[in-house]
Design a protein around this ligand. Structure first.
Ligand SMILES: Cc1cc2nc3c(=O)[nH]c(=O)nc-3n(C[C@H](O)[C@H](O)[C@H](O)COP(=O)(O)O)c2cc1C
Length: 248
């Protein structure tokens, strides 16, 4: 679907996903390396359709998505967020000891992660699509309010995965929030909930690695894992958080 002809999208059905839902969610990883390809409008429509199917309290639908591609404001928003991304990653790289311990070995997971992150922030301005999921606040901030926007954000990532795209949620916009609001005309009461970058992955998709289910699922009480909460075959695990400084 070309950029010049978006009107026919109203007659174009949603396309089927390339992966089954369970396989898709088991392989929806954080993707930070993109091919230099725009996302066609039909795909964008389908991905944002998935996002806008997210749940929210009383179905108020307070989520909004500001899509930024390659227009003048998009370029400026990417620059503003890219600057913050480089600052934040620079500090994290140092604080979390990415260049210490196993980080000095080029082929260690830690060093690989540092390389991916560095390239991601260095090339932030050229991400194919940047999306700002927002929450229109209708009452004072409260701990539950994110639940009316973040499920929609995960739907967005799953919709992208279904069509062979990948993305990542970041908090890089936070320090640039005032500038972004001014640039994009986002009202004061609106909370910019995340920055999501999207594109066709340079590498593969999954699999997602997490802790064993036995550490995460309880029944009938805290830290009481039920016998049925075991990972399916072939699942590899990972511990939580950034690299541990001492073990390297
Ligand atoms: C609330 C939240 C904040 C995040 N912030 C950032 C961020 O600022 N920068 C970034 O590169 N990734 C960010 N991420 C992505 C996480 O690092 C990623 O989801 C996590 O490491 C799991 O990655 P995986 O699904 O590939 O295993 C964030 C994710 C969430 C849910």
């Amino acid at each position: 679907m070309s950029r010049d002809d978006p009107t026919t999208l109203a007659d174009t059905p949603l396309q089927p996903g390339a992966v089954d839902l369970m396989a898709g969610l088991a392989t929806t990883r954080a993707i930070r390396r993109y091919r230099d390809e725009p996302i066609p409008e039909r795909d964008l429509r389908d991905i944002l359709f998935a996002a806008t199917r997210g749940p929210s309290g009383s179905n108020r639908q307070p989520f909004r998505f500001v899509v930024l591609r390659d227009g003048p404001k998009a370029r400026e928003a990417k620059r503003l967020i890219g600057e913050q991304a480089r600052k934040l990653w620079g500090a994290k790289r140092q604080n979390d000891g990415y260049d210490q311990g196993s980080g000095v070995q080029e082929d260690s997971p830690k060093a690989r992660m540092a390389r991916v992150m560095q390239t991601y922030v260095d090339q932030f301005e050229s991400v194919p699509v940047l999306i700002l999921p927002c929450l229109v606040r209708y009452r004072a901030p409260n701990p539950m309010e994110g639940a009316s926007v973040y499920p929609a954000v995960q739907n967005l990532l799953l919709g992208a995965r279904a069509l062979g795209y990948g993305g990542v949620i970041t908090g890089f916009h936070a320090a640039a929030e005032a500038d972004l609001k001014a640039l994009l005309g986002i009202p004061e009461e609106v909370f910019i909930a995340a920055t999501v970058t999207l594109g066709r992955p340079q590498g593969g998709h999954g699999p997602v690695r997490r802790r064993p289910m036995q550490e995460l699922v309880f029944e009938e009480g805290w830290e009481q894992p039920p016998a049925w909460a075991v990972d399916p075959p072939g699942i590899r695990h990972t511990s939580a958080g950034p690299p541990k400084r001492r073990t390297g």
